[in-house]
Design a protein around this ligand. Structure first.
Ligand code: TIU
Length: 226
């Protein structure tokens, strides 16, 4: 049942006025290739445990968000199998022997339809939930996300997922410039680099919340339960 009543969520730099009917949960790129042992992320030498600690809090938040009947959107970073939407700049970046589109441990890397491109089973989208396939780091660039949110009269986003300083941050910045208020639960976002995670969160809430608000998922769960 959708609560129509706004409430305050404890957050930094100050309380977030939560308007449930106008707020969507946007889960960024919780894909097997980024999070699972043996995936692309780990193949590059990254510590996936830094990302995997976000799974349980995201599950809890998603469960309660679903129970409240509020809008859920998931994103996946990836490309068409023919790589026609992969820019040369993105293809060459990273300078790794195995890159986007190449055969990897879980199929072709960041290619739609491949096993590694899928969202992890712990957070599998329901058929009623919206999945946004994005070729870039931000969820707004070259997608219909803004149009979908406008159609639902969504003005606020709870943004979770991976990684804090890359796809989450880019998306929060894009959303901020489009007029959305973004709330980021710190335990539901993660980076391979703890120092970038901390800096990313600090940047969001700096200067009076220049990109948005930072909270803990427990504060959102409390608001949803009330
Ligand atoms: N989803 C996302 O953040 N994509 C990345 O490539 N992240 C890295 O941290 N590399």
């Amino acid at each position: 049942m959708k609560s129509l009543f706004p409430s305050l969520i404890a957050a930094e730099p100050y309380a977030f006025t939560f308007v449930p009917a106008a707020c969507a949960l946007l889960i960024i790129d919780m894909q097997r290739d980024f999070l699972e042992p043996g995936g692309f992320g780990e193949m590059l030498g990254n510590d996936v445990s830094q990302l995997r600690r976000t799974i349980a809090p995201n599950q809890a938040l998603l469960a309660q968000w679903r129970a409240a009947g509020l809008t859920v959107l998931h994103t996946r970073e990836g490309h068409r199998p023919d790589l026609s939407d992969l820019t040369p700049a993105k293809k060459m970046r990273g300078q790794t022997a195995t890159g986007i589109g190449d055969p990897g441990p879980m199929g072709r890397i960041l290619v739609r339809g491949e096993p590694g491109h899928a969202i992890i089973p712990e957070l599998t989208p329901r058929p009623t939930e919206i999945v946004i396939d994005k070729p870039g780091k931000g969820a707004f660039w070259d997608t219909d996300l803004h149009g979908i949110l406008q159609a639902r009269q969504i003005r606020q986003l709870v943004v979770t997922g991976v990684t804090t300083e890359v796809c989450v941050h880019t998306t929060v910045r894009e959303a901020n410039d489009r007029g959305y208020d973004c709330l980021v639960p710190s335990d539901c976002v993660g980076s391979y680099f703890p120092e970038f995670h901390a800096a990313g969160l600090a940047m969001i809430k700096a200067q009076g919340g220049i990109f948005g608000w930072v909270t803990h998922s427990q504060s959102i769960l409390t608001a949803l339960a009330s």
